[in-house]
Each structure stands twice: as C-alpha cells, then as structure tokens.
Design a binder for this molecule. Structure first.
Ligand code: SAH
Length: 398
C-alpha cells in the first residue's frame, strides 16, 4: 500500500544523505519518516499532526520555523529530510491571467535528470482552479490531445501531485505571510486563490489510481489542504474498472472525456474506447457512487470541426445521457502545433449547445483559457527546451 515511488532501501540511502523531501507527504509517509528519524512510537501521532499543520496550513519549506517542535527533533529531521518542492523551471502568464508552471521533479535514480510536468492555474471572479497533472506523458494517444503525442515517462507520486498545489498556493499568496504576485489575477476578496482542483492536466488519473487517491485524501483532509471534495474533480477518458473505486474511496467529483457518441468515432478519437466502449462507460457512470442532481457528472465534449459537431450528434448525446445526473461541458478544440483537427465554427457550437440546453442540460461552452501560452485543455506537454529559451519569466531556485 505504500505510495513511495522507490524501494525503501533506496529511500533509506537517500534519507541518510538528507535528500528525501517530506513536502506533500501523507500521514502514513510522515509517520514512517519520523520513526526512521528515531521519534518514539508514542509521540508519532502528535508529531505528524504538528508537521502536517506546518506543511499544509503554514506552507513551511523548512523545519526551521516549526516553533512547537523541539530544536533537537528539528535538527534530526533536517539531517534526514527536507521540505523541498519540485522547482518552477518556467512560469508563463496568459493575457487572460491564466498561469502555467513547468515543474522539474526530483530525479528518481542516477540516470534520471528529473522529469518535467506542467500545471495550470485559471483564475475566475468566484474561484481559482488549479489543473494538476497525474502522469509525465500519457499512454492514451488521443489524436486531438497534445499530451498524447508524448510517451508515458512515469506516474507522479502522491507527493508530487500534492506539491503542485503547495507550489501554486505559495506563488499565489495563499499561505499566511505570502502575497499574491503583482502581475497576477486571483479571485475576489476573501476567497482562496486555489479553491478548486481538477485532475485535467497531463496523464490519465485512473492509470495512477493509488497516488491520485492518496493525493485527493490529503487535499481534502481538514487538517491537510482542506478543500471540499465537491471542489475536486477527477477527469478520466473512461477507465471503467476504476470508476466505482474512485467514487467510493475518494468521494471526488467525476468528469468523463466523452467527445463522441458513436463507438466507431470514439474508437478513433479516444482509442481507450476499444477497450471500454460507450455503453460500458455510461453504465459505470450510472453506478458512480455519490452521483446525484446536486453532484452531477461532467461530460466533456471537445468540438472538432466536421468530426463530432453535427446537430445529430447533439441529439444522440442527449439521448445517451438520459437518466444520468449530468452536466455537459463543450470544449472548443484548442489547437497546438501539428494538430490534425480544427475547432468547430462558433455557429456550429452554438447550435449544438442549443440542442443540449433545450433538452434540459446546462451546457456551458468552456471559454478557452490560456491558449496563447499553450495552457488550455489538451495543450500541455513537457518537451520544453524551446519553451525555456523563449519564455522563461521567472526562475525560482527555492
Ligand atoms: N486523461 C484524462 C485527463 C485529461 S483531462 C481525461 O482524458 O479525461 C484533459 C481534457 O482536455 C480532456 O477532456 C481532454 O479530452 C481534453 N482535451 C484534450 N486535448 C484537447 C484539445 N486540443 N482541445 C480541447 N480539449 C482537449
């Protein structure tokens, strides 16, 4: 059940050299670390609670400020561990205020220079949504998605997923004593800068189930990052056998990347459909634990010109979803270099949206955000040499 990405012997060795970071640690990981640093069994629960508070509420990046932890223990911890987070290698800010961070993860071994992932912040007047990645690259190869052109490198650990939230909160002034950046947009007064999390960045979250589950647990824990589960959405291309477990074990909101209403077309757009066709996928949605009219499942539908955007497609969509507590999110296709598709015309999108709306569904067309910095849905990729040369706006060594 351990979610540590590496075997324990290797971890011990790195811990001996003081290189293991506890930023983003689950309670279980912290307890194991404390035991390893010689903390007596009877103290561990209390120490875990203290450290969690510093890490998740205060945003601590070192053991130094932990005034309620004895000096001796702080020194012992610092000898074995750090609270370092992945580094921000590049930060880009869109004209519309969307921010994209490229993060360099810690190397997992001698051969690894440190994989990179992207993570995107989308501010709106009433919320701030952080779009997190769950894998470096992806295995799904959906032809309209840029991440799909990048092979899977590896799964992110729960710590690496959670660190994306810590990094965003620090950068956006969401921790006590930190300020929002001068050049930044954040939601209105009194709101947390990061109020919502969507697992819609790079990767397929349900192919990294245990780590996503552990990350959701820390993000939603009242003593952790304390975001309501209603504000955490996990998006899947349709890994049917994991869906029930996701609902039962995390209580997160569900989004489905549907994109087509016939298997023949969906097989092409989302090749995973060959394994789990539309009927099986919808059956799993019917059975999703906790779905109700107050907790609807979001169906994402990318609008591809002359491919899936006809009025007949819209009518079939409505028919398929009948009886499922659903919201439909129409996503204008976001272009990327070399993409083999185009975005549907606005008239076509409006017509489609009208049919869905008349059938009684909220059918917001998602306003493309951050397109100018390739931060919109489906534009993420960690191939970055060019990006780094062109757009390095800020480098944080901390
Ligand atoms: N693998 C998961 C998580 C990724 S979510 C999933 O498929 O749900 C990213 C969302 O953006 C998905 O709905 C994806 O289908 C959509 N998307 C991918 N490429 C896109 C593009 N170029 N334009 C608009 N949406 C895109």
């Amino acid at each position: 059940m351990s979610t540590l990405a590496e075997p324990l012997e290797q971890l011990d060795d790195r811990a001996n050299r003081g290189q293991v970071s506890l930023a983003g640690a689950t309670r279980r990981e912290l307890a194991a670390a404390l035991a390893g640093a010689g903390v007596p069994e009877r103290e561990i629960r209390m120490r875990v609670a203290q450290l969690w508070h510093w890490i998740y509420h205060a945003g601590a990046t070192s053991f130094e400020p932990m005034a309620n932890v004895s000096k001796v223990l702080r020194a012992a911890l610092a000898e074995h561990f750090t609270l370092a987070r992945p580094k921000i290698v590049a930060e880009q800010i869109s004209r519309d205020g969307t921010r994209k961070w490229l993060l360099r993860l810690d190397p997992t071994g001698a051969q690894d220079k440190g994989a990179e992932v992207e993570c995107v912040y989308i501010p709106e007047s009433d919320r701030g949504t952080l779009c997190v990645s769950s894998q470096v690259g992806c295995t799904l190869s959906c032809g309209f998605c840029r991440t799909g052109t990048q092979k899977l490198v590896r799964n992110l650990t729960a710590r690496e997923i959670i660190c994306q939230v810590l990094i965003a909160r620090e950068r956006l002034g969401d921790f006590p004593g930190t300020l929002p950046p001068d050049d930044g947009l954040v939601p209105g007064e009194g709101l947390r800068a990061v109020s919502n999390i969507v697992f819609m960045g790079m990767g397929e979250p349900l192919y990294n189930f245990a780590n996503v589950r552990d990350a959701v647990a820390v993000i939603s824990d009242g003593d952790g990052l304390a975001l309501s589960k209603r504000r955490i959405t996990v998006s899947t291309a349709g890994v049917v056998p994991r869906m029930e477990e996701l609902g039962r074990e995390t209580g997160a909101m569900l989004a489905i990347s549907l994109h087509a209403v016939r298997d023949e077309l969906r097989d092409k757009l989302v090749p995973l459909n060959k394994k789990y066709p539309i009927n099986d996928l919808l059956a799993a949605c019917w059975a999703y634990p906790g779905a109700s009219n107050a907790r609807r499942i979001t169906f994402e539908y990318v609008m591809l010109k002359d491919i899936n955007d006809s009025p007949a497609d819209a009518r079939e969509l409505v028919r398929l979803l009948k009886g499922i507590p659903a919201k439909i999110n129409l996503i204008p296709f976001n272009p990327w270099p070399g993409a083999p598709y185009e975005c549907s015309d606005w008239g076509r999108i409006e017509k489609f949206s009208g049919i869905v709306f008349d059938a009684g569904y909220a059918s917001p067309v998602r306003t493309p955000r951050g397109r100018d910095i390739l931060a919109a849905c489906g534009q993420l990729k960690s191939e970055t040499e060019k990006l780094r040369a062109r757009a390095r706006l800020a480098v944080h060594e901390g």
